[in-house]
Design a binder for this molecule. Structure first.
Ligand SMILES: [Zn+2]
Length: 430
């Protein structure tokens, strides 16, 4: 499957919060915009990006996107690691995955693009060294409209100073959109929140034919939602139902604010060893169950950074005794569901050799919502890739996962009526 379209349906219910702090702009392209009265009309329609390429120049590095219009452009540096962020209004990227990554550039290590927030797109450039922005603008060239970003090497001190100046004026995370509410009227049915990993500018892993983790996990999440809704025991909410970026903290927030009985984050990453295959279910733990789990959590926890957000250490909530009891109980339920999911999943085959693991995944840290991360398989494995791109497999696997979810929420609603069955052995807080 192609899987590289930006799916962006009805977003009217998620509006950007008014009065968001204005960005401090180091390279602003309004001058060009003012000189082009016709551009305002073009901007109203969605602009597409058709191709991307790096152009090798002796004294500078140039990244060019061919566009169908002339959007306003804002660009600025972000440190740790050094990156250049290019913010645009919503642009539809119709670019082949992995396009334009050669020639290898001395400054531009890699770059990615996609939706960052409702109505906003972003290009993130990973730098090989400190760079200054010579130009970041859309322009009408002979071949049509294009976005041109030109960078030149600079000193570490200059880069650090401009990035620090920028950071003072940037919100740490984009203003959170209002939490999506379930479309269905509230009932006493359990709420299950399904979290398709990555999205928008954060593409996640890539398969050898350009398959994208962010697309495959969204398709699986939608199939899973359908199976759960058919079962009729639980309501379902997806943290994202589009190709959009969503910070990790917002995913947790959506689960908590909707009083989820269960939170399932869906992923499909890559590994260096292409022979490793099969699904793995992760729960959260302070110490990782094994080195591979630790690496996976470390990688997943960088999702916000890959979209250009400043990485910031999360302040551990200091718990009182009730908090600790709830957290312990939640962990016990997470592990219980994890074991159940693994035994149901077994019947569609393709379990990892060690399918039950744990590590410090930020996205699993809601202290009061049982949470697991389901790694469907690895895009680096030919066998997993064949399964993940098969609609038949997806239907069967989603069906088994939905059965595990039904069993879990049914058992919990029975326990709610008879609170003695507490798997953690802890006294339930009153
Ligand atoms: Zn992932």
């Amino acid at each position: 499957m192609g899987g590289h379209r930006n799916i962006w349906g009805n977003v009217s219910r998620i509006a950007l919060r008014a009065g968001a702090p204005r960005l401090f702009i180091l390279a602003l392209a309004v001058a060009g915009a003012l000189a082009r009265p016709a551009a305002a009309d073009e901007r109203r329609a969605e602009i597409s990006a058709l191709t991307a390429r790096i152009e090798a120049l002796p004294d500078r590095s140039r990244l060019v996107f061919d566009l169908t219009g002339l959007p306003p452009v804002t660009a600025y540096p972000v440190a740790n690691p050094p990156r250049i962020i290019v913010d645009l209004p919503q642009v539809l990227f119709r670019i082949e995955a992995n396009a334009g990554l050669s020639p290898v550039d001395k400054l531009i290590k890699s770059y990615r693009y996609g939706i960052f927030a409702p109505g906003r797109s972003r290009v993130v450039i990973d730098l090989a060294g400190p760079a200054k922005i010579l130009k970041a603008d859309s322009e009408a060239a002979a071949g049509g409209p294009r976005l041109v970003i030109e960078l030149a090497p600079t000193s570490s001190a200059y880069f650090a100073a401009t990035a620090a100046e920028q950071a003072r004026h940037l919100p740490a995370v984009p203003p959170p959109p209002p939490v999506a509410q379930s479309a269905k009227p509230p009932t006493d049915k359990a709420m299950v929140v399904i979290d398709p990993g990555h999205g928008g500018v954060d593409m996640g892993a890539t398969g050898k034919n350009g398959e994208l983790e962010k697309d495959l996990v969204l398709e699986f999440a939608r199939a899973l939602r359908q199976k759960i809704e058919e079962g009729g025991r639980a309501r379902v909410l997806l943290t994202r139902d589009h190709d959009m970026f969503l910070p990790l903290a917002d995913r947790v927030r959506i689960a908590r604010e909707n009083n989820a009985s269960l939170f399932i984050s869906i992923h499909a990453d890559t590994l260096a060893a292409s022979r490793v295959e099969g699904a793995t279910v992760y729960t959260v733990s302070e110490r990782a169950s094994d080195a591979e789990a630790a690496r996976m959590a470390e990688k997943e926890n960088l999702a916000d950074q890959s979209a250009g957000l400043e990485s910031k250490a999360d302040a551990e909530e200091v718990g009182d005794i009730l908090f600790e009891l709830t957290r312990r109980e939640t962990h016990a339920y997470s592990r219980q569901f994890s074991h159940s999911l693994i035994s149901f999943w077994k019947e569609v085959g393709a379990l990892n050799k060690n399918p039950s693991r744990s590590a410090g995944f930020v996205v699993l840290k809601a202290f009061d919502v049982p949470s697991v991360l389901l790694e469907l398989g690895y895009l680096s494995s030919d066998k997993d890739l064949a399964r993940l791109t098969s609609q038949d497999w997806r239907e069967r696997a989603a069906h088994r996962a939905a059965e595990a979810i039904d069993a879990f929420v049914s058992a919990r609603s029975r326990e709610a009526r008879a609170p003695a069955d507490d798997p953690s052995g802890a006294t339930r807080p009153q």
